[in-house]
Design a protein around this ligand. Structure first.
Ligand SMILES: [Zn+2]
Length: 244
């Protein structure tokens, strides 16, 4: 039975991951999610369903379009793997529990944001709000300290906001985007006060490492995915929730 659940959770991650990557591409470009069907960026031909199976199609087609042989952006493939892997990891660690569900919601927001923020420097408000609503529902079911958790999320976000405003003045440029602040409110509701601060430190360190390794030319670095990765690491390693 356990093996069946693990396979199911992994497959769910694959299918949702594929959908999240699609959202990450389409929301910033204002393309509806359902129409048109997936198509090749290069030759614009529609991708048939059997060429659009998460993870496997990319491997089978060797990362190239079946018609024009142009390279397919590997980001969808990477997102499908990450989503599936994190879903399974959180299940193995927490079983069917609230921490598992919080992990799924964080992973889902991460998967959309990886594509939208890396490709278009865009964090979708709709996705963050959806994540927030799911998180509210989960912590409401848990019943412990429901209102305290909401107040705590406001306090930690306010603290970070003050640091941002000081940072903006000191560095004379935007130190932290408004999208990141909204994301932090969602994260703090999900993992609590101290965990949010720790995930912020992890996010800053991994961003710096990424900046040096990637040697990106542009000054603007997508910070959203790193914040979410930090939050997922903290939730996974030290899942206890601190209101204050
Ligand atoms: Zn093509």
């Amino acid at each position: 039975m356990e093996t069946i659940i693990i396979i199911f959770v992994g497959l769910l991650g694959m299918v949702l991951g594929s959908f999240y990557a699609c959202m990450g591409y389409r929301i910033p470009n204002k393309i509806p999610l359902t129409k048109p069907n997936s198509f090749c960026e290069n030759c614009k031909r529609e991708i048939k369903w059997y060429m659009n199976i998460p993870i496997f199609s990319y491997i089978f087609l060797k990362g190239k379009c079946a018609y024009c042989k142009s390279k397919i952006d590997p980001l969808s493939f990477i997102v499908e793997i990450i989503t599936s892997l994190l879903f399974v990891l959180f299940y193995l660690k927490f079983g069917l529990s609230t921490n598992f569900l919080l992990g799924l919601v964080l992973t889902s927001v991460l998967s959309v944001t990886i594509v939208s923020d890396f490709k278009y420097y865009y964090i979708s408000d709709r996705i963050v709000v959806l994540g927030l609503l799911f998180t509210l529902a989960i912590i409401h079911v848990e019943k412990d300290y429901f209102f305290e958790k909401i107040i705590s999320a406001f306090v930690v976000t306010l603290l970070i906001l003050i640091v941002k405003l000081i940072g903006d003045k000191v560095f004379k440029r935007e130190s932290l985007g408004w999208g990141d602040i909204k994301l932090l409110f969602f994260i703090s509701l999900s993992i609590g006060f101290y965990s949010t601060l720790i995930s912020l430190i992890i996010a800053c360190s991994t961003t710096l490492i990424y900046y040096y390794l990637s040697k990106r030319e542009e000054k603007e670095i997508p910070f959203g995915p790193f914040l979410l990765i930090g939050a997922l690491i903290v939730l996974f390693v030290m899942p206890s929730y601190s209101v204050f």
